[in-house]
Design a protein around this ligand. Sequence first.
Ligand code: GTP
Length: 270
Amino acid sequence: MSNQSNEHVRAWYPGHVQKAKRQIRENLKKIDIVVIVLDARAPVATTSFEMKIFKDKQRVFLLNKTDLADSEYNKKWACEIAKLYPTLLVNKDTKRKELLTFLKSVPTKYANPRIAVVGVPNVGKSTIINKILGRHKAKTGAQPGITRGVQWVNVEGLTVLDSPGILFSEIFSKDIAAKLLLIGSLPIENVDDEIFDYAFKIYASAAGVQKDIVQFLEEYGRSRGLLKKGGQVDYEKAKTLFFKEVSEGKHGRLTYDTEFEKFWEVLKNG
Ligand code: GTP
C-alpha cells in the first residue's frame, strides 16, 4: 500500500485478519488449486492483492455476486479471464452441482486435489465454501474480515480447506480503494472523505446519476428521514446508509471495473 493511499484508508488490520493471512501462507504449501473469488462488479479492484504468492498454483476464478453486476459485463469479464484461467460466473443462487462440476473439471495432476478459496473481504468466500461443502447453515459475516477456523473436508474427490483465505490489496490506488468501498470490501468507518467523493463519482457515472454527492445525499437523507434535531440532513448517517445500500446492490446492478487490460496489469504486478 503506498503512503499516499494509506492516508485515505486508515490502518485497519485487526488481529484476526493478520491471523487469517498467516493461515493462508501456512496452508499454501498443501494447496493444489487456488479458487480466487472476485466481485463481478469490480474484478480489477478485487484482484489487486499479492497474487505472486499463488504463482506456482493452479489458479481458477469465480466471478461472484453476478446478481449485483451488469449482466453484459458479467459475460464479457468471464470471456476475458477465461482466456487464461478456468472461470465461472456465480452468485448466491448458483447450484452446488454446477460449482462442483466446474471445480472437478479443473485440470490438475492430483487425484484428490486440495482446494483453497481465497479473496479480498466480503466477496463471498464463506458463502462459496458453504455451498461447496453442502452446508446450509451460513457461516458468513457481513462485517469485512470475519472468518476463522481451519479444517480440510473431503467432498466428491476434492479436499477443500474449510476456511477462506482473506487477502489484502497490494496495489492500493484511490481508484481501487473507492471500488472496494462500493462493493463493501472496506469498512466505511475507515475511509476518508476524498475516497467517498471519488467512489460517489464512480457510482454516479455507472448509474447515470447527474448530481454531486452533496446534492444527492441531501435528497437521499431527506427521503429517508435521516435528519438532525434542527431538521437538517444528517450527512454522516445518509452517507453511511447510502454506501451500505450500494454495496448490497440496492441501487442497481452496476459494474465499476470495465477495463480488461487493467485486470492483466494488476494480475502481473500483484
Ligand atoms: P469476509 O469474511 O469478510 O472475508 O467475507 P466473505 O468473502 O467470506 O463473504 P461472505 O460469504 O461472508 O459474504 C459477504 C456478504 O455477501 C454476505 O452478506 C453474503 O450473504 C453476501 N453474498 C455472498 N455472495 C453473494 C451473491 O452472490 N450475491 C449477493 N447479492 N450477496 C452475496
